[in-house]
Design a protein. Structure first.
Length: 95
C-alpha cells in the first residue's frame, strides 16, 4: 500500500543524514518523477534510510574520498517511478 506523505514529513525525511556528506534528499531526487509528476517517496522510510545509509557509508563515501565530490542524480526509485520506467522501456521510449 502506498503511503501518503505531507510536505513536512517529506522535508523531515529529506533532512535525514545518511553519512558524513549525504542526506536522504540526495537519494530521493528523480528527474523522471518530477517530469511525470510522480511521487518518489518510499513506502517504507525506515528500510529506505537503512539501505541508503549502507550505500553511502560503504560505497559512496569511499568513492568520494578517492575521486572527489559525487553528484547523485537519482538513487531511490519508488514503485510508481519504476513502473513508468519499465513501461517506457518496453515501449522503446526514452525516460
Amino acid at each position: 500500500m502506498t503511503r501518503t506523505w505531507t510536505v513536512q514529513q517529506l522535508d523531515e525525511l529529506g533532512r535525514v543524514r545518511l553519512s558524513a556528506t549525504f542526506f536522504m534528499r540526495d537519494m530521493l531526487h528523480s528527474e523522471v518523477a518530477s517530469a511525470h509528476r510522480l511521487s518518489n517517496a518510499p513506502d517504507d522510510p525506515e528500510l529506505a534510510v537503512a539501505a541508503g545509509t549502507r550505500l553511502c557509508e560503504e560505497l559512496l563515501e569511499p568513492l568520494q574520498g578517492r575521486w572527489g565530490r559525487l553528484a547523485i542524480r537519482s538513487a531511490y526509485r519508488s514503485r510508481e517511478v519504476n513502473a513508468l520506467g519499465n513501461a517506457m522501456q518496453k515501449a522503446g521510449k526514452p525516460g
